[in-house]
Design a protein around this ligand. Sequence first.
Ligand SMILES: O=P(O)(O)OC[C@H]1O[C@H](OP(=O)(O)OP(=O)(O)O)[C@H](O)[C@@H]1O
Ligand SMILES: O=c1cc[nH]c(=O)[nH]1
Ligand SMILES: [Mg+2]
Length: 210
Amino acid sequence: MGIQPVILDHPLIQHKISLMRDKNTGSKEFRELITEVTMLMCFEATRDLPLKEVEIETPIALAKTKVISGRKLAFVPILRAGMGMLDGVLKLLPAAKVGHIGLYRDPDTHLPVEYYCKLPSDISERDVIVIDPMLATGGSAIDAISQVKKRGVKSIKFMCIIAAPEGLEALTAAHPDVPVYIAALDERLNESKYIVPGLGDAGDRIYGTK
Ligand SMILES: O=P(O)(O)OC[C@H]1O[C@H](OP(=O)(O)OP(=O)(O)O)[C@H](O)[C@@H]1O
Ligand SMILES: O=c1cc[nH]c(=O)[nH]1
Ligand SMILES: [Mg+2]
């Protein structure tokens, strides 16, 4: 049994995901919503970032106050749809490095096919958050996290917007040490391994490719 997933069902997140699910929401609005949802999720997924005390002079007095300590972070979006979440996390943590893993699901087998992998050279010294809006069978997330582990990374989290129970079970079985942050846990997968009710193909909705 792995770490229990964190379901981030804040009303603001639920509201924005409802708009994302609507098939009449176009790419421009979809991209804005995915950025907003990601920022709200990142707020919670980074709750354990360590702080250090600093002294700052306010216009009134010297203050002992806190800033994020020099802990190194990297975000790893799974291409393509994971790129939709990148703006949101970088708005909050602009100094983080970014690695890219390109995977697509084979339309017949539904298994992930890797076509790109470029990770920061110092990734093994970093805390990594892998991002992808959709966790369906779990194959893509499992492969991406394995790639990151192969580089010696010790601290990995996975953040997705919508998950199917099947994918969540597979991911926690394969990587029981990886905390998972989800905004919505949906009902099931359909025969084409799409999440029901889901929001369709996230990459197509972000980039207008359908
Ligand atoms: O859990 P899984 O069954 O592996 O499915 C989830 C994957 O499917 C989607 O990518 P897709 O293959 O559509 O590629 P794209 O992002 O380029 O559209 C999604 O962004 C995930 O990466
Ligand atoms: O429902 C799904 C499943 C996989 N990938 C998507 O983008 N959507
Ligand atoms: Mg897609």
